[in-house]
Design a protein around this ligand. Structure first.
Ligand code: GLN
Length: 377
């Protein structure tokens, strides 16, 4: 196993002093409510092992959040498990639910831990590609990816790296295929609060017939700007949550104790912070996309997440990877080549020439990156 693209690109940024628009993490802290609650928990003695499935206060707060925001009813004792970031929820779901030889249908481009964990579980991935410029999910291709060996569909919306927020038609297509073939769906919704232009994120679990077959994954990192805390969760039917909990015993056993009550406090404080964050991110998206276009880069407008995508093929680079590895020296900016998120980046409409830029940075940082790229600002 080599270094992930995120580790490679952040190291490149550190070495060259480039503006890092690669790895997706904000350069501002989360709100006082979450930080103060963490300090209080640290000072209040919450420093020994938490219960394996998570501290009850957090499981209850997660259930309240799902009820308040989406009308989803969960039993916090059986239908919620706390994980060490969504990354552990992904690992636990795949290790807990996929047997060797099972097939997993996954959206492509995919977040890089998906193929890694499908491999760890001994599963076989069947990618369904979202193609530029629209990155829409084609229901025919989705149906064609399913076989009698398919165990589950691994969904991600809002989608990293494309920034797509799947719409009602696409979600219905997923639900239809899952119900017809009696499949589970694991859906990574960590960017659930971070959508733009009044677009609503709809959890797949809210569609008819889906609650009983859908395991929903999310985390505090993106919504409350605490990506380094690594507090995530999985929610859904008790047997699916039990599978994640069982796998978790051998992954981390239990997640960081003082951060859990702090995340509970943030969830119970309501959605004002994530809503304001999404508003700010939308402005930062516009700033970056305008700047990249002014610099001559073909850029797609994302509907959510931290990320915008450009196509560098008309700049005569052999690949987005070549472009990204030259960019820090040439321009003092780091981005991530999306080619690593595809099985075959040279297939039609795939990502050999696509590059991902993070706009979860302060406006002055985005302005400096745009200036270095020659897009004025
Ligand atoms: N999810 C973030 C991204 O896509 C961070 C990934 C990571 O560092 N593993 O950039």
């Amino acid at each position: 196993m080599g270094a992930t693209i995120f580790a490679e690109m952040s190291a490149l940024a550190a070495r060259t002093g480039a503006v890092n628009l690669g790895q997706g993490f904000p350069d501002t802290d989360g709100p006082p409510v979450i930080l103060d609650a963490a300090v209080a928990a640290l000072r209040g003695g919450a420093n020994q092992y938490a219960p394996g499935p998570g501290v009850p206060a957090l499981r209850q707060a997660i259930a309240r959040h799902q009820r308040r925001r989406y009308g989803i009813d969960l039993d916090p004792d059986r239908e919620v498990v706390v994980t060490t970031g969504c990354t552990e929820a992904i690992a636990g779901a795949l290790l807990g639910l996929v047997d060797p030889g099972d097939e997993v249908v996954v959206l492509e481009p995919y977040y890089d831990s998906y193929p890694a964990m499908i491999d760890f579980a001994g599963g076989v991935r069947r990618p369904v590609t979202l193609r530029a410029p629209d990155f829409r999910l084609d229901p025919t291709e989705l149906a064609a990816a399913v076989s009698d060996r398919t165990k589950l569909i691994l969904l991600n919306t809002p989608h990293n790296p494309t920034g797509r927020v799947l719409d009602a038609d696409e979600l219905v297509a997923v639900a239809r295929v899952a119900i017809e073939h009696d499949l589970l769906v694991v859906t990574d919704e960590v960017y659930e609060h971070l959508t733009f232009d009044a677009r609503a994120h709809v959890p797949l679990a809210t569609l008819p017939g889906m609650a009983e077959r859908t395991l929903t994954l999310s985390s505090a990192g993106k919504s409350w700007s605490v990506t380094g805390w690594k507090v995530g969760w999985a929610t859904g039917p008790a047997p699916l949550v039990a599978a994640v909990t069982a796998a978790k015993q051998w992954l981390t056993f239990t997640s960081g104790a003082p951060l859990q009550p702090a995340v509970a406090a943030a969830l119970d404080a309501g959605d004002a912070f994530p809503t304001a964050l999404a508003h700010d991110l939308q402005a930062q998206r516009d700033q970056l996309v305008t700047g990249l276009r002014a610099a001559g880069l073909t850029t797609y407008l994302p509907e959510g997440t931290y990320f915008a995508t450009t196509d560098v093929s008309d700049l005569s680079w052999a690949s987005g990877g070549d472009f990204c590895r030259a960019l820090p020296e040439r321009a003092g900016v780091v981005a991530v080549p999306s080619e690593v998120f595809y099985d075959d980046p040279d297939a039609p409409g795939c990502g050999r020439h696509l590059v991902r830029w993070a706009f979860c940075k302060r406006p002055e940082v985005i302005a400096e990156a745009v200036r270095r790229l020659g897009g004025a600002d």
